[in-house]
Design a binder for this molecule. Sequence first.
Ligand code: HEM
Length: 200
Amino acid sequence: MSADTPLHPLAAGPRGQRGPRYGTVAIVLHWLLAAMIVGSLGVGLYMTGLPFSPQRIKLYNWHKWAGVTILLLSALRLLWRLANRPPPVPAQVLAAMPRWQFAGLRASHALMYLLFFAVPLAGWAYTSALGIPVVWFGVLPLPDFVPVDKDLAEAILKPLHKGSAYTLAAVALLHTAAALKHHWIDRDGLLERMWPGPRH
Ligand code: HEM
């Protein structure tokens, strides 16, 4: 076997043997949301360390607007996912995967969907409880769905937003590591199901 011989029989097969891919809407929403979530995590971590300044206020606003957009796109994504079943994992990939890994895959996907809603909702609730209105992109005033309560904001909602955001970052990292392992080590074509553009 040469060094670049695929380790998994599926990797050698032509396109048809690797099973169906995700649809265009699912692929676009996956990568758009991935980029927006990574951006919001980065801006969130950076902005909290800034001294009080116009730049800090601007970044806080963009963070909130992007977060609300993530919430809306996640609702759209969940509806799409419920109406369009994802392509089944090819039987040969399933056979090569220990049961605990498959259970972990399902659990991590469910947890990420939960966090796509919990993280922005906790951030929005925190802002509402501080008495700061959220005006989406400076145009659309959003409702304050939590009454003003500074203790609730600081003792519960802020740690909830931070803790859920860090959990999302950790699960997303694990998800990325698993996808790369399937691509480079198992070579089973799983990543290509979600990759934009043609297969190679
Ligand atoms: C998926 C979307 C979001 C992600 C991934 C995210 C992530 C983060 C992160 C990592 C931090 C820094 C936490 C820390 O280390 O202290 C943060 C802070 C913050 N976020 Fe979000 N966030 C999201 C959505 C939102 C939304 C929708 C709002 C409000 C409408 C919001 C409001 C805030 C505020 C006010 C802070 C600053 C907290 C402080 O002053 O310490 N976030 N966010």
